[in-house]
Design a protein around this ligand. Structure first.
Ligand code: GLN
Length: 194
């Protein structure tokens, strides 16, 4: 089975590791460039994108992450991880950087105060068997996508799941539910790339 890393600087790392195992992949933590070099694919967890960005720079991981993504390594980001995969943040905090790779602009904390956390059924293109349970926690939405990115799901009028080649991103957190279909989709992407 493919070895899928979870970037373990900050965020809901354990939940992703468990979801990957349930999806039939082998999960492992990534904190150092050598660990990044050893994985077939990488999950960028939910958490706080400003913190993950700062730590990735401090740990000397930002450039190695960009290089592997450029070279075609499959990556999946949930929530803060989606932000990390965006080419552009609408309103970045000062010094906040992304890995990039998906031709999209994201808006952080987009759903607003009354909707800081909510759940909604989300139909995701390419995932069979009915909608997934979308857990949104101070979630970003995708403000716009470029020609190379495909929107897989919307909540209301806003894109909340996007794929571009080997890169997948969701505003929501499937790792916090018992439904591992998104992780299975990503594990299949990693297998297909290998
Ligand atoms: N609001 C967080 C950010 O901007 C994301 C929240 C999450 O990952 N649940 O990074």
């Amino acid at each position: 089975s493919p070895v899928i890393g979870v970037l373990a600087l900050q965020g809901d790392v354990r939940e992703h590791l468990a979801a990957l195992e349930s999806a039939g992949a082998t999960g492992t933590t990534v904190r150092r460039p050598e660990e990044l070099a050893a994985v077939d694919g990488l999950v960028l967890p939910g958490g706080e994108s400003t913190t993950i960005s700062k730590l990735a720079i401090a740990f000397g991981l930002m450039e190695p992450l960009r290089e592997r993504v450029r070279a075609g390594m499959p990556a999946y980001g949930s929530c803060a991880g989606m932000i990390m995969l965006a080419d552009k943040i609408l309103d970045p905090r000062s010094g906040q950087e992304t890995i990039g790779g998906i031709d999209m602009i994201v808006r952080r904390n987009a759903f607003g105060r009354q909707n800081e956390s909510f759940e909604a059924a989300v139909d995701v293109a390419g995932i069979e068997g009915g909608p997934v349970e979308g857990v949104f926690i101070r979630a970003p939405w995708v403000e716009s996508v470029g020609a190379r990115a495909d929107v897989l799901a919307r909540h209301g009028e806003h894109a909340v799941a996007v794929r571009q080649g080997n890169l997948l991103a969701t505003s929501f957190h499937p790792e916090l539910t018992g439904d591992h279909r998104v992780h299975r989709l990503f594990a299949a992407m990693v297998r297909a790339a290998g």
